[in-house]
Design a protein around this ligand. Structure first.
Ligand code: NAD
Length: 320
């Protein structure tokens, strides 16, 4: 029997890639997305353009907080698997809109968990974030580290979502996999995220702002590698509640990242340095040994290869 997967946030960056992969693997995918105003809805419709013609895909426009809608989607489609990606993403805007982040990222997650247990879902995969490590993390971050020191409302909302996942798994025997994603990039990356923003601005000859002195570093993960991790998580047969880091296992300094972008664009960046932004952490680095062992996760695209791939996509899609 064909399994039906509910992918929340399906019109977003990661959700659209995941939906494509799952349809190609033979799953039936129901996408749920409210096309929020984080970035233009036209970009999100473009993300799912190729999917719209697929028999195995159907899109529902609506909100994860709408219990009636989510219940109807389960009942009408026989949803048995859930991949929950819909969220208010991004650290800095969460400082401006903490209540909205709380409502969507925590309230929306609990609503989905509640409907999932009512309908006896077979698996629930939750997209969490490396930001939950906050000031606890001693790099490389391992899944066993405490995550009780988030330094932004976004991070706090993801940590809270994880805790609700744990309690639902415990209470109702709902198998749940939490994936902690480390700065994902690649085609369709959210326009306000660092790599996309830097590429756009350097391409246009605009000055870019680097927070800190350029020595901050991040573990950047190419989107195809992350999608491999989600696919493996759907097939995971281990403990009823498991957490995995999905990173590249390598931390890349900001100055090196900018140099790679300059090289790929063949343009020189105009750089302004500014004091580190509140809520930002200075270093992220995933320990990915657990995901390797239990999920067979093996990131394949190094940043030196991924940045040119992104730039190629950007140049082919920037229009004008
Ligand atoms: P995205 O903004 O492109 O995708 C999220 C989608 O969720 C959007 O299309 C948005 O319209 C939708 N959405 C938001 N609120 C909704 C609601 N109330 N109801 C229905 N849909 C709603 O972001 P993304 O980068 O693809 O991130 C996907 C997930 O992965 C998020 O949960 C994010 O927190 C997590 N994550 C992403 C990264 C990254 O580097 N991109 C890193 C860590 C975690």
């Amino acid at each position: 029997m064909t399994e039906v997967v509910l992918v929340t946030g399906a019109a977003g960056f990661i959700g659209s890639h995941l939906s494509e992969r799952l349809v190609r693997l033979g799953y039936r995918v129901v996408g749920l997305d409210n096309f929020d105003d984080c970035y233009p809805a036209t970009i999100k419709w473009a993300n799912i353009r190729a999917l719209q013609g697929e028999d195995g895909f159907r899109m529902e426009q609506g909100d994860i907080r709408d219990r009636t809608l989510v219940s109807r989607i389960f009942a009408e489609n026989g949803v048995s698997l859930v991949v929950h990606l819909a969220a208010r993403a991004g650290v800095r805007p969460s400082l401006e809109q903490p209540l909205l982040y709380q409502d969507v990222n925590i309230g929306g997650t609990v609503n989905l968990l509640e409907v999932s247990r009512q309908f006896g879902a077979r698996k629930f995969v939750f997209a969490s974030s490396s930001s939950v490590y906050g000031l606890n993390g001693k790099a490389p971050f391992t899944e066993e580290s405490a995550v009780n020191y988030p330094i932004s409302p976004y991070a706090a909302s993801k940590a809270a979502g994880e805790l609700f996942c744990r309690s639902y798994s415990h209470l109702y025997n709902l198998p749940i996999v939490v994936l902690r994603l480390f700065t994902v990039y690649g085609p369709r990356q959210r326009p306000e995220m660092a790599i996309h923003r830097f590429v756009r601005m350097i391409d246009r000859g605009e000055e870019i702002t680097l927070f800190g002195d350029g020595t901050t570093s991040r573990d950047y993960t190419y989107v195809d590698d992350v999608i491999d991790g989600f696919q493996a998580a759907l097939g995971y047969r281990g403990e009823a509640f498991a957490i995995f880091n999905l990173g590249s296992g390598r931390s890349v300094g900001l100055n090196h990242l900018v140099a790679l972008i300059e090289q790929a664009l063949n343009k020189k960046a105009r750089i302004r340095y500014q004091e580190a932004a509140p809520g930002d952490v200075s270093l992220t680095l995933a320990d990915i040994s657990k995901a390797k062992a239990a999920l067979g996760y093996q990131p394949k695209v190094a940043i030196e290869e991924g940045v040119p791939l992104f730039v190629e996509w950007y140049l082919g899609n920037k229009g004008g």
